[in-house]
Design a binder for this molecule. Sequence first.
Ligand code: ADP
Ligand code: 5GP
Length: 207
Amino acid sequence: MRREGLALVISAPSGTGKSTLVARLRNEFPDFGFSVSCTTRKPRENEVDGRDYVFLSREEFERLRTLNHFAEWAEVHGNFYGTPLAPVERMLRGGQDVIFDIDVQGAGQIKLTLPKSIFVFILPPSLEELERRLRKRGQDDEASIKRRLVNARREMTGSEWYNALVVNDNLDDAYDALRAVYLTGTLAPFRNPDLVERILGGHPWRN
Ligand code: ADP
Ligand code: 5GP
């Protein structure tokens, strides 16, 4: 039996390095499906519509929300973000593992709808370092940086129910921890329902 895909839900305060870590994971495991979210935020310079996000107006987002288009949605830093349900269901049913890059509120909703998901929260080593990274990225104006720092504290205090906390201090160490959590998840017996049977079935002394 083909195993059901694993949903790997990754959250982190903005600027922690989540996109960097997710890009590495997708590079090492190119078969990963990625849940492309919809957002009402304006695209950043290097972002491509349909690849990084589907960029929508608030009206269009709200219309889709009323049509139950989203597996979860949340307002984050003053913008709407949501995960389209249909592509995620298709990928998981087809046995493809899927990465969700979503905030704590959205992750809480996925915990209810897809409870077998693996939830990883990436932490910055400190709030000072988080601020440095936000500034270094140079993608957000001053007000947006302030808002992200205020939200970071709240997001981190809501992370106790995740399966794993990974501190992104040294990038290589954080990546090793993230991939270990993912690989451990894929080895769960319920994700490999006929593995033992297949091994025993091929044995000549099977009883
Ligand atoms: P996020 O997706 O969490 O908002 P990014 O991946 O965009 O964060 O990273 C924010 C900034 O921090 C980027 O400039 C990135 O290169 C840098 N960064 C990521 N991980 C580390 C790390 N371990 N040490 C130092 N800088 C990092
Ligand atoms: P950014 O604007 O920096 O790309 O993302 C801001 C925050 O929104 C991040 O914490 C990111 O994980 C979260 N986010 C991105 N897409 C979604 C989504 O579809 N749903 C939810 N709930 N959060 C999302």
